[in-house]
Design a protein around this ligand. Structure first.
Ligand SMILES: Nc1ncnc2c1ncn2[C@@H]1O[C@H](COP(=O)(O)OP(=O)(O)OP(=O)(O)O)[C@@H](O)[C@H]1O
Length: 295
């Protein structure tokens, strides 16, 4: 019999994940799996459970939680020889990875699609010595995005990030960043650098509309010194899915990028606070197999 481990974060989103365990077990048992449920109690648990699933050669690991739970679960798959297929039931407030893979955001529907026979191989990102699934941001704006409260995320979604971002822009802080990729070096003042693996960032699916989950590329945006006034035109370009063509944005794709600064600069990784600069980023093409809904 095939083995499935369900890793569930009871605190994700509106703290309703526990209510869906029974339904997930039923669908997986119906699909022929013997199911083990593991509930996280805090940071690091999802990674530890996933490492156990790799070591014990589970066939499937299902993450029930938000992007943070998914980030931790996928870090357990990093350099393992046996990597189970991944199933996702999005329960967070943003759920970027699920959006990028067209996994339903309604938990009941996502649970039904766990029995889908369709899978996709997707890229992972590497940041220094850990993995990321969706996006890395660096700069003064990235630091402020880490401070968006869960309450605001639940209430306002993407607008919560915009609210924090505008507050930060008003204080007009930018750092000197040195960004190296493919033998090219950019150095200048910037409030924000973004490297996205998928088209969905902060719940907003038009940031990098050309990014595919399996193109092996980091889609990078350098926001040149931004003032409140031109931030309006940048926001409009963002809404139109045309950010990469804005005159104050430098857009490029790369397989490897490094970002450093002589100043103390914060990062945000998959929506949570990351390590300070310097960082080295790269892609691990088609590293993970994910269950996706049937067409
Ligand atoms: N039982 C628990 N109680 C409180 N926090 C937990 C528990 N289990 C895990 N965590 C923490 O929850 C965080 C991940 O939350 P997750 O991202 O899944 O939900 P979210 O923040 O509501 O969603 P999103 O990232 O989409 O906004 C991790 O930092 C993890 O350490």
């Amino acid at each position: 019999m095939q083995q499935a481990m369900v890793i569930m974060n009871p605190s994700s989103g509106k703290a309703e994940a526990r209510d869906y365990i029974r339904a997930a077990e039923e669908v997986l048992q119906g699909a022929g799996y013997q199911v083990t449920v593991q509930e996280t109690a805090g940071e690091g648990d999802a990674t530890a459970f996933c490492l156990q699933a790799c070591a014990e050669c589970y066939d499937l690991v299902v993450a029930i939680g938000g992007d943070g739970t998914l980030h931790e679960t996928m870090n357990g798959l990093a350099d393992q020889q046996h990597r189970p297929t991944l199933g996702i039931v999005p329960m967070g407030t943003v759920n970027d990875f699920a959006r990028a893979l067209q996994i339903p955001l309604v938990p009941e529907e996502a649970i039904q699609s766990l029995a889908s026979p369709r899978t996709r191989r997707v890229d992972m990102g590497r940041l220094n010595d850990r993995l990321f699934v969706n996006v890395v941001a660096a700069g003064s704006l990235a630091g402020s995005l880490s401070s968006v409260s869960s309450e605001d995320k639940s209430r306002l979604g993407f607008l919560a990030y915009l609210k924090e971002g505008i507050k930060e822009l008003a204080s007009n802080t930018a750092h000197t960043l040195t960004i190296t990729h493919d033998g090219e070096i950019w150095e200048g003042s910037s409030p924000l650098f973004i490297a996205a693996l998928t088209n969905s960032v902060g719940g907003f699916e038009k940031l990098a509309p050309t990014a595919a989950v399996d193109d092996g590329l980091l889609h990078c945006f350098i926001v040149k010194d931004l003032h409140l006034l031109n931030s309006v035109t940048v926001s409009i370009s963002l809404l139109l899915g045309n950010l990469r063509n804005h005159k104050d944005i430098i857009y490029f794709t790369a397989k490897e990028v490094s970002v450093r600064s002589t100043e103390q600069v914060q990062t945000n990784v998959d929506g949570e606070q990351g390590p300070p600069l310097p960082i080295s980023l790269s892609t691990i093409p088609r590293h993970i197999q994910v269950v996706v809904p049937e067409d």
